[in-house]
Design a protein around this ligand. Sequence first.
Ligand code: PBG
Length: 330
Amino acid sequence: MTGFPLQRPRRRRRTAALRRLAREHALAPDDLIAPLFVVHGSGVAREVPSMPGVFQLSVDAMLDREVDRLRALGIGAVILFGIPARKDEIGSENFAPDGIVQRALRRLRERHPDLLLVTDVCCCEYTSHGHCGVVKDGAVDNDATLELLGRVAKSHAAAGADVVAPSGMMDGMVRAIRTALDGAGYRDCAILSYAVKYASAFYGPFREAAESAPAFGDRRQYQMDPANLREALLEAALDEAEGADFLMVKPALAYLDVVRAVRERTALPLVAYNVSGEYAMVKAAARQGWLDERRVVLEALIGMRRAGADAIITYHAADAAAWLAEGGVG
Ligand code: PBG
């Protein structure tokens, strides 16, 4: 390398065609997974106040319309979150055959045989106390929760889920779910583990969307400390050993170093979750005219791909797919 003036990196940036040729990373609708919140009732499309453009949808034409729109934009995967009719101590609707997620799965499976259906497997939306498992003596009991998670996963698989995504950060959850699925003959149902999930304030708007805020305390006894990186590698390795098919790091933007570190240590596909608070910040600033939403969103998403994420769960999925169709990330 002789440096300047022989080397002029700007030569490669002069035109859009040159920049495309030199571009190292790509973003496509195929890389995106769109979250959907399903609720009981009919004709419901209730916008989440802190997440403009995100709706709680009833499992009828409301859900159909949204999914048709996503598919037309080239989105091939969705992740479902359910808001139950009733909450109780153990979150019984979570594994009920006619639970809201199970109903949504059956409808989507029938209407879209080739759409990838992922489900969030957790207790917090379903329990009266809002914690991610069975509460005993004021704390979440890890091992008692594992049995419940197995039942939920089987019930989702039975209703048509391709992938179950446990998000409760229980130790041994991947193994318990794999054992339960295999025991019931659902060997092909894959597990996307929220392997590396931090106790994050960026989940605030989601808890409004999913009506899942904890009634007491917080989630720091099971979700990870934001100050930790080595622990992320340990969590990822454990879930891989337990049989996870895909790993996830969550949130994304404040944790891109974690995405990169996990990427370098596993051969499994890696998913980043661009969470609700990340979405809400962009939406709020864009509404004020303080940010160019399109450019900021595509920049953040390509940053996640650059960090090493194969796929991204994002509330911007539909918008991003539409912008990509218009002109790509550049
Ligand atoms: C359920 C769950 C949460 C999210 C995904 N699954 C909330 C939480 O852990 O409190 C957050 C998603 C988001 O903020 O977009 N455990």
